[in-house]
Design a protein around this ligand. Structure first.
Ligand code: GDP
Ligand code: MG
Length: 729
């Protein structure tokens, strides 16, 4: 390992303590903090220097060399204790952060701590996911976390040290080029700022020109204004010329630095249990005795570091304050630009709830044709009820005109004018109703109901039926021949009557097209409704990601409800076609009597004479005898066929009215539009209230990056605001 780096602060506790608290808040990643950084080449004596300055026995073992930043803070305090914990690095995940933050050790300082220290370091390394043996095994070689060691005691000087991994020039066993780059970046990040004082540790017994650290320091401190040279191992310099070179440095005669050089002696391998004062005796000897005494020894260095840190802190304090407030402003501005937050569940729920409320408003207006409620209703797809009514009118007209397989005979059997059967030869296009229907048909076509995109079909699954390009074929004209066949094929020993099942069979055949036509109608309504919901969503929730999620969240329920409506329509068809024709409607008997009357009238018409009565009113007169003989010319079969026709016709007309009404009322209006299980009632505020929080999160949770950014900004603002409070007290 090569260069490490440490931060040291002494004296003026109030000011330095503030900065230290900021460091605890990780403010250093946002605003550069005044700090002292110790860097040096491998074996230059960094660990030994740290031990000399703090009394903590840093291991000199290579495998335990600094592989993460270590911050050592000493505080004068009546308590005698050491707190050790891990401050997660700036890129740590939330889970990792939580995990490493549980690493906390507190013990009294003194011998026990000194004995256990190496063990604690090992455990911390393990918690940071660092491999135990640097040359082999799993796990990272370096970490961006900071190990914080806080030493409290009545005799402690105020002092903060942060030790970072040293730069290495060649990849040794277990370390990769990536590690090399990462460490170099880490060190650079610590030393590049103007508020950092670089302590360059240089062994005295090695030519200073070979020490890469001075060059690195120069890169970031062009004028050498914040680099302090710390020369170690003076006891190992025996050559007079080498000693002279060291003296030249300390005296500023060679490679001068604004902050100058210090000469210190750490405990070496052969120093045994010698205390610092004993080691410092060396400076009373030649040649070091000639050096300025405030430039040699640990106590002098300690004092200098303390005042340096105070000085830089004092100098930078106003700028620091300014920096912090500026950054808060900047963060707030950016946070604002991200729009309303949807971070926690409450925010998400209220956000989605507002969307649901708007949707319900739109649905209500669209069902009431209250298109003035909002300008969005200019959009054709949102005019729901109008489309539904138009489609339904076209359906009703088509149904009356051609849902029967064969035309009935042209008898005026009208039960009501609306339900009246169009005669086969009637040119309905020219009637006012016909013209109106044509117009509607054009409108429906214009609305593009039948132009279903492949994607839409996929969404609606197999619920809707394919929409045929042509209108349903018109009824055939061979009613008599057909009914004759039906009769002949189903008659039994019936005397002057017919098999009761015959009407059932005939009606089923006559209404054969009902099923298909109804399903096409239902499909058109469902497509229209589906498009309305989609268009409403687009107008309410322009954010594509959220809309997509919301859509998939409700799609299943929508489809389920379309299915129910379709099933209801199928049930209605089934009921009409499969059950025995029956009705309680008195109009049936009336229509049938009327038809019978017409039949008799038709027979008598040739025998009637004109008779002008008073007021010139034209009347027809018939002899009673003629009435008695009127039907004589008809065969039994003929009469039965007529009877079957009339019953079927009366019943069909009535069933058709009933059916159209039911399909609209029960399948469309109840199940698709106004009923409680309408698809329009899927996405409501109630739905939002009952939504599970995970689903809620999935739907309205912000994009990962937006969310990350927002929470990062929020945390940063919180940290910086706390920092500001600390700085201002
Ligand atoms: P690091 O790799 O920069 O942390 O260097 P270390 O602190 O581990 O020191 C490397 C070796 O130099 C160790 O064996 C230390 O005991 C020894 N050392 C450090 N400073 C001095 C010193 O001032 N005098 C002597 N004699 N040895 C020292
Ligand atoms: Mg070391």
């Amino acid at each position: 390992m090569a260069v490490g780096r440490d931060i040291i602060a002494l004296s003026n506790p109030a000011l330095l303590e503030k900065v230290d608290k900021l460091r605890d808040l990780n403010i250093g990643q946002h605003v550069p903090l005044p700090q002292l950084v110790v860097v040096g080449d491998q074996s230059s004596g960094k660990s030994s220097l740290l031990e000399s300055l703090t009394g903590i026995p840093f291991p000199k073992d290579q495998s335990l060399c600094t592989r993460h930043a270590t911050q050592i803070t000493s505080r004068r305090n009546s308590d005698d204790r050491v707190d050790i914990r891990i401050i997660p690095g700036p890129h740590a995940s939330e889970d990792y952060r939580k995990d490493v933050e549980t690493f906390q050790t507190r013990m009294s300082s003194g011998l026990k701590f000194r004995e256990q220290f190496v063990d604690i370091l090992k455990k911390a390394n393990e918690r940071m996911g660092l491999r135990a043996d640097i040359s082999t095994g799993n796990g990272a070689v370096f970490s961006e976390d900071v190990l914080k060691i806080e030493v409290h005691g009545p005799d402690e000087d105020y002092l903060t040290i942060i030790d970072v991994p040293g730069i290495f020039r060649t990849t040794t066993q277990g370390t990769t080029k990536d590690d090399m780059v990462m460490v170099k970046d880490l060190v650079k990040r610590y030393i590049r700022d103007d508020r950092t004082i670089i302590l360059a540790v240089l062994p005295s017994n090695v030519d200073i020109a070979t020490q890469e650290i001075l060059e690195l320091a120069e890169d970031y401190d062009k004028n050498g204004e914040r680099t302090l040279g710390v020369l170690t191992k003076p006891d190992l310099v025996l050559e007079p010329s080498a000693q002279a070179a060291v003296c030249d440095l300390v005296q500023g005669k060679k490679r001068p630095l604004t902050l100058g050089y210090f000469l210190v002696r750490n405990r070496g391998a052969s120093s045994g249990s010698k205390e610092q004062p004993e080691l410092d005796q060396i400076f009373q000897q030649h040649p070091w005795i000639d050096l300025p005494q405030d430039r040699v020894g640990i106590p002098a260095l300690k004092e200098q570091l303390g005042s340096l840190l105070v000085e830089i802190t004092r100098r930078e304090f106003p700028k620091l304050l300014q920096d912090v407030s500026n950054q808060i402003k900047e963060c707030k501005r950016e946070l604002n630009s991200l729009g309303p937050p949807r971070q926690d569940e409450r925010e998400q729920r209220s956000f989605l709830s507002r969307i649901a409320e708007t949707f319900q408003d739109r649905a209500r207006a669209a069902l009431a044709a209250d298109y003035n409620a909002d300008p969005v209703f200019d959009q054709d797809e949102l005019r729901l009820i109008t489309h539904v009514v138009n489609i339904t009118d076209v359906f009703s007209a088509d149904f009356q005109q051609g849902a029967h397989s064969r035309h009935f005979e042209n008898l005026d059997l009208s039960i009501s004018s609306v339900a009246s059967e169009m005669p086969a030869d009637c040119d309905c296009e020219e009637t006012p109703v016909g013209l109106m229907i044509d117009k509607l048909r054009a409108l429906v076509e214009e609305a593009g109901v039948d132009n279903v995109a492949p994607g839409e079909l996929a969404e609606l699954g197999d619920i809707i039926v394919p929409l045929p390009p042509h209108r349903t074929p018109m009824p055939r004209d061979d009613f008599s021949a057909w009914i004759n066949d039906v009769y002949l094929q189903s008659r039994g020993l019936d005397l002057g009557t017919f098999n009761a099942n015959l009407v059932s069979t005939a009606f089923a055949e006559q209404s054969r097209k009902w099923g298909d036509m109804t399903k096409i109608y239902m499909s058109r309504i469902i497509i229209t409704l589906h498009r309305f919901i989609a268009a409403a969503f687009r107008s309410i929730c322009p954010e594509e990601q959220t809309r997509g999620q919301l859509w998939s969240a409700i799609l299943e329920s929508l489809v389920e409800r379309y299915k129910v409506a379709m099933a209801q329509a199928s049930l209605l068809i089934e009921v009409e076609q499969r059950k025995k024709p029956y009705t309680l409607n008195r109009q049936f008997t009336e229509a049938l009597s009327k038809a019978r009357g017409y039949r008799v009238t038709g027979l008598l018409r040739p025998k009637a004479r004109k008779d002008i009565r008073q007021y010139g009113e034209l009347q027809y007169m018939v002899n009673l005898d003629d009435i008695a003989k009127a039907a004589e010319g008809k065969s039994n079969v003929e009469q039965l066929q007529e009877e079957i026709h009339d019953i079927l016709h009366a019943y069909y007309s009535l069933a058709l009215d009933r059916f159209i009404d039911n399909v609209f009322q029960l399948a469309v209006d109840y199940y698709l539009l106004h009923g409680p299980s309408s698809p329009l009632k899927v996405f409501t505020q109630d739905w939002v209230i009952n939504l599970e929080s995970e689903k809620l999160e999935r739907i309205v949770g912000e994009t990962k990056s937006a969310k990350k950014r927002r929470s990062k900004l929020a945390k940063k603002i919180e940290d910086l605001s706390n920092a500001l409070k600390i700085l201002k007290t």
